[in-house]
Design a protein around this ligand. Structure first.
Ligand code: ZN
Ligand code: ZN
Length: 142
């Protein structure tokens, strides 16, 4: 699968299934994106690689526990790498679409739970498990 920033100058490819795929309702994601919640996927280091032109250099921003990579043009936070596991985190919104606007291979990568659901802005009436914090490490809310 492929993904890119808003303007398309920063891009990556993914060659395996995500190790984690969730809908995140945390306040960090809400504030960073202004979305009510985001789809977030983690990939092992070997599954992720940048694919943009060599002269494109992402802006690196070190925050608590990870490094964010922003596009120098559109400033989109396009991917981040965890300091502990070296896993890469990306957002579903950045993944490549087909001509109908659907994310390619969505069924293989789509989230399997809601996390930080206690911070939600919107109630979600689906059948996925909903956790107060991280999956299996916090109270299940629904
Ligand atoms: Zn960009
Ligand atoms: Zn979050």
């Amino acid at each position: 699968m492929k993904g890119s920033c808003r303007c398309g100058s920063l891009s990556y490819s993914l060659t395996a299934k995500p190790v984690v795929s969730v809908y995140c309702h945390c306040t960090q994601c809400q504030r960073a994106t202004c979305a009510v919640f985001v789809s977030s996927m983690h990939y092992s280091p070997s599954a992720f690689s940048w694919t943009h032109e060599a002269e494109v250099t992402p802006i690196e921003e070190k925050i608590d526990g990870c490094v964010l990579y922003r596009c120098a043009k559109c400033r989109t936070c396009t991917a981040s790498q965890m300091s502990d596991t070296q896993n890469w985190a990306i957002r579903g919104a950045h993944l490549e679409r087909d001509e109908d606007g659907k994310i390619i291979n969505w069924e293989e990568v789509k989230p399997t739970s809601h996390i930080f659901y206690g911070n939600r802005i919107l109630d979600v009436a689906d059948t996925l498990p909903k956790w107060a914090g991280f999956p299996n490490k916090s109270t299940r809310l629904d």
